[in-house]
Design a protein around this ligand. Structure first.
Ligand code: GLN
Length: 192
């Protein structure tokens, strides 16, 4: 299995480290030709407008859309915004997932917070019982999940923070900033 991590901005190094811990070949993706031969792609957190602008400059928008038609793609935080259809702002989006997001939706006073999430699919695939400790940093919420997309996780007040659309994943939080490899294992099960 060979997984790419979009490496134009954001915390791609943490995702690569996580994949290496799971003994998966991980490569940095900066140009369209780097997508060749990959089984899946992770789009890291960072700043979604910047990721979109750079992806446009590097000619990556169409190749990423095509890649996502047939392969597993997972966006964390800014990556989730970039994968969405609608971010209520004018910025380049991949339109891959039928979700609407609201950027920085948890407000300034809670720029960053952590929460334990109950994610049944994750427990099932990894054969564990524990909640997933999620780290949120200036996180978006997933306002609505439409079409083939479904809700994967919500915080206690019901706001949606993870969604899945067949082989596509979006999370508001950052599993790559924890020691828990289960979300990466879950993604690998979609890439297989
Ligand atoms: N607030 C950023 C954005 O809207 C996302 C933050 C993150 O990826 N940690 O793009």
């Amino acid at each position: 299995m060979k997984i790419g991590v979009l490496a134009i901005q954001g915390d791609f190094a943490e995702h690569i480290a996580m994949l290496k811990r799971l003994n998966v070949e991980a490569v940095e993706v900066r140009l369209p030709e780097h997508l060749k031969g990959l089984d899946g792609l992770i789009i890291p957190g960072g700043e979604s407008t910047t990721i979109g602008k750079l992806a446009t400059d590097y000619g990556l928008m169409e190749p990423l859309r095509q890649f996502g038609q047939r392969h597993a793609v997972w966006g964390t935080c800014a990556g989730a915004i970039f994968m969405s259809k609608d971010a209520s702002r004018n910025q380049p989006l991949l339109n891959l997932m039928d979700i609407k997001v609201e950027r920085n939706a948890f407000g300034r006073q809670v720029d960053s917070f952590e929460a334990d999430l109950d994610i049944p699919e994750l427990k099932q695939v990894t054969g564990t019982k524990d909640a997933f400790h999620a780290v949120f940093i200036r996180a978006p919420i997933i306002e609505s999940v439409n079409g083939d997309a479904k809700i994967l996780a919500s915080v206690a007040d019901g706001r949606i923070v993870a969604a899945q659309q067949v082989h596509l994943l979006a999370t508001s939080f950052h599993p790559e900033l924890t020691n828990d490899t289960r979300f990466h294992e879950y993604f690998l099960s979609l890439a297989d």
